[in-house]
Write a protein that binds this ligand. Structure first.
Ligand code: SAH
Length: 418
């Protein structure tokens, strides 16, 4: 054997990022392996031809939605005509070998789930972080690849990961000086309840404008060069005018900064996010919104209250209690809400709770309707009070419950008691 002998199964794999948009990729097989492979191919924009007599329900859904072409039969070599890549996802070794052979004849790379040694291409374990894709090959051992991938993912996802604070992960060319604003929902309190996208944008921000209800831990972890603007709007306390916040967003973006406006929960649930979006849009500043986990649903959940439950509540209504029911400024028809059977979630309702509960009872909601009041949900300060609609106003005072708190009214309170 000379040193120049070509060893098809040897040698190090040569990594490539295949740009598959609009290019034909054939997947042979319609089972569990194909089900796992197809989404990434579709995400890459590939023109997927799926050849298999039967499909899993998930693959069937892709076919029905027209996201791929399905040939409901066994593979024939002509299926590979025009293909750039083929993925073999069948158990039967003879059938897989037949696809391999047809691919080799046509010089098409062939990934084989059944036999990595026979494959001409391997799929790596992947983790994606915005524009960055990390692909790991484990030298033929998929479990090793996944272990390394998980370690890299943890590093990239780590709150203080040095890589995340580097411009290499930023979207767009680093020289891009066009400013923009993202309205990001920070979630209800637990810093882990921000979305993956929200967290990524936060780590990319030049300026962060944060509300009081934003989890402090998220802000602790910002880079030291990030400008942090405290837009505290404490209910009934000192507040910076909304116009001032809008002005800061627009000014910083016009100065070429990437501004993240971080808001508790979801930006559009009593968060004035819409006003900020309009202000940016009117100023010609590009603005996007990243939804958040709203406290209206999450806080009851962590206190053991599902906002809907089979055979108990088929609706939930989220309402602000900020304005007293009898105020001319109120936009809420409390007497109509009193007639609903379902779950009522009241935000910002502590101060007006005596009037709110009395109004609901006066208009027909039974006084023995179960109520839960949850203070500082999803944080270490979480407290839950159980009461009834008739008694809750007094019980809240007696227990010393303070904002932020959510009041959940309805039979779902107690639905999960065992
Ligand atoms: N945009 C936010 C709500 C802003 S209004 C969201 O989607 O969650 C502020 C009110 O939300 C508070 O007065 C309180 O009623 C409720 N709230 C927010 N976070 C809370 C928490 N962690 N625990 C209890 N209530 C909370």
């Amino acid at each position: 054997m000379s040193e120049r002998t070509i060893r098809p199964s040897g040698g190090n794999p040569y990594p490539l990022g295949l740009r598959l948009a609009g290019r034909r990729v054939v997947v042979v097989g319609g089972g569990a392996v194909a089900t796992r492979r197809v989404p990434a191919l579709l995400d890459a924009g590939a023109d997927v031809l799926l050849v298999a007599p039967e499909l899993t329900p998930a693959l069937r859904a892709h076919a029905d939605a027209g996201r791929l072409h399905w040939e409901p039969r066994r593979f024939v070599p002509a299926d590979l005509d025009g293909a750039w890549l083929v993925q073999v996802a069948v158990d039967d070794p003879a059938a897989a070998a037949a696809v391999s052979a047809a691919a080799a004849e046509r010089r098409i790379f062939c990934v084989r789930a059944d036999d990595r040694a026979a494959a001409t291409a391997w799929t790596p374990a992947v983790t994606r972080h915005g524009p960055v894709t990390v692909a790991v090959l484990g030298g033929g051992d998929p479990r090793r690849a996944m272990t390394v991938r998980d370690a890299v993912r943890d590093l990239l996802g780590a709150r203080q990961g040095p890589l995340l604070t580097s411009p290499v992960l930023e979207e767009g060319p680093p020289v891009d000086t066009a400013g923009r604003v993202a309205l990001v929902g920070a979630g209800p309190g637990d810093p882990e309840l921000i979305t993956v996208k929200g967290w990524r944008l936060l780590t990319e921000a030049d300026v962060v404008v944060a509300d009081r209800l934003v989890p402090g831990l998220l802000l602790d972890e910002l880079r030291s060069d990030v400008e942090l603007v405290d837009a505290s709007k404490i209910p009934y306390g000192p507040s910076r005018a909304q116009e001032e916040i809008n002005r800061i967003l627009v000014d910083r973006a016009r100065a070429g900064k990437f501004v993240v406006r971080l808001k508790g929960g979801d930006p559009y649930v009593f968060g004035r996010g819409g006003e900020e979006l309009l202000a940016c849009a009117e100023a010609g500043v590009p603005v996007t919104v990243v939804p958040g986990v709203t406290s209206a649903v999450a806080v009851p959940a962590v206190a053991g209250v599902p906002v809907t439950h089979r055979a108990v509540a088929h609706e939930f209504t989220v309402v602000s209690g900020h304005v007293a029911p009898d105020s001319p400024a109120s936009l809420v028809r409390w007497e109509a809400l009193a007639g609903l059977r379902g779950t009522l979630v009241v935000l910002m309702g502590l101060k007006n709770l005596p009037a709110i509960s009395a109004t609901l009872v006066a208009h027909g909601r039974p006084a023995d309707t179960p109520v839960a009041v949850v203070q500082e949900g999803t944080t270490s300060g979480q407290r839950t009070l159980r009461s009834t609609l008739g008694a809750v106003a007094a019980d809240v005072v007696e227990a010393g419950i303070h904002p932020p708190a959510i009041v959940v009214i309805g039979d779902v309170v107690g639905a999960l008691d065992v």
